[in-house]
Design a protein around this ligand. Structure first.
Ligand SMILES: [Zn+2]
Length: 118
């Protein structure tokens, strides 16, 4: 899952902003609302796992190919890339699904323990 790093504009940031400086949030839900105050220059940096970066890269390449093919100009060398891109897409999706599966299993163990404690 993507994480979010709080980036302040500089050393002249107010206390309200500097207390979040460089803090990494693992859920977007936990991130304080931006802007914190008028003229707030803070921003969030999205931190992606290698698999997520790979998915973004593949998405960009597919979009580039799509844009090319809508111009009535068929670049055959680009079209031969498609099966290769889909293969990488599937592999990246497989890894991400594996991570989700692990999380669900961990959650299951927690739930079982919780049930036994009651
Ligand atoms: Zn700010």
């Amino acid at each position: 899952m993507p994480q979010f790093k709080w980036i302040t504009a500089g050393s002249d940031s107010c206390f309200a902003c500097t207390r979040w400086s460089n803090k990494v949030f693992s859920k977007l839900y936990d991130v304080p609302e931006l802007p914190v105050h008028p003229n707030c220059r803070c921003r969030l940096k999205v931190i992606l796992s290698p698999q997520e970066k790979e998915l973004v890269k593949i998405g960009d390449e597919l979009n580039r190919l799509k844009a090319q093919s809508s111009q009535d100009v068929y670049d055959l060398s680009a079209l031969t890339l498609i099966p290769f891109l889909f293969e990488r897409l599937l592999e990246a999706a497989r890894v991400l699904l594996g991570e989700v599966e692990q999380s669900v299993q961990t959650l299951g163990i927690f739930w079982d323990n919780y049930q036994e404690m009651r």
